[in-house]
Design a protein around this ligand. Sequence first.
Ligand SMILES: N[C@@H](CCC[C@H](N)C(=O)O)C(=O)O
Length: 259
Amino acid sequence: MTTTFYKYQGTGNDFIIIDNRLQIVNKNDTKRIEELCDRRFGIGADGFILLENDEFSDFKMVYYNADGKESSMCGNGGRCIVAFANYLGIIDKVTKFSAIDGLHNASIDNGFVSLQMGNVEGVKVFEDHTFLDTGSPHHVEMVSEIKNLDVKTKGSEIRYGASYGAEGSNVNFVEPISDNLFSVRTYERGVEDETFSCGTGVTAVALAMHANNKTKTNTVFLDTLGGKLQVNFKPSETGYKDVWLIGPAVQVFKGELTW
Ligand SMILES: N[C@@H](CCC[C@H](N)C(=O)O)C(=O)O
């Protein structure tokens, strides 16, 4: 069967997106999804996303990592699917959609998508790193000379390290540029490599920098390999609330694929 697919990118984190409102995709075909995400034998992407109907909101996002397995929340994917829903005419400028971690408010203006992330509780600050869940699990570690870091090697050691067990964690390295701007590089589980940007990752970095008193502002800018993102938040009694991830989401091309 032939299906139209769309390629989107959000600060260089790239996704294959399919309108699956008619349930045309075999969601258990892990091997096919992995093949499509392969950069040499497929279309190439960090993740694969289905847009589906939802009973309680405008649409549902189903997210798979490049390894073909369904995973936890994807912030950049969330921003891209909002742009896709707007392109399809399912939504106008403001929406509420459902993802694996619950309902998300979002809006789109001039190609920029603001996505409300879930409240974050239980930020764990350790001596040399911070761990928190922003819809996906994130290890945040401060480094110097981030430009020269071997993110793939160092990230995979931590991701597979004893403390994160079989589930693993995404791993973010961060270097302050000023008190509200941080340079970030991320190793993503399920891609098993550095990606150009990770939305739940930069959200985790912004909150971790606040929890560690590295910033005093509630608006933080993050420089990634693929561009700049903004995270707004408010401290709550148990963590952070009103957390918003803001940045561009771009349709790159569309094509046809067969299942
Ligand atoms: N790129 C994503 C994160 C996707 C999920 C992650 N790889 C995981 O499995 O935890 C983002 O933008 O948040």
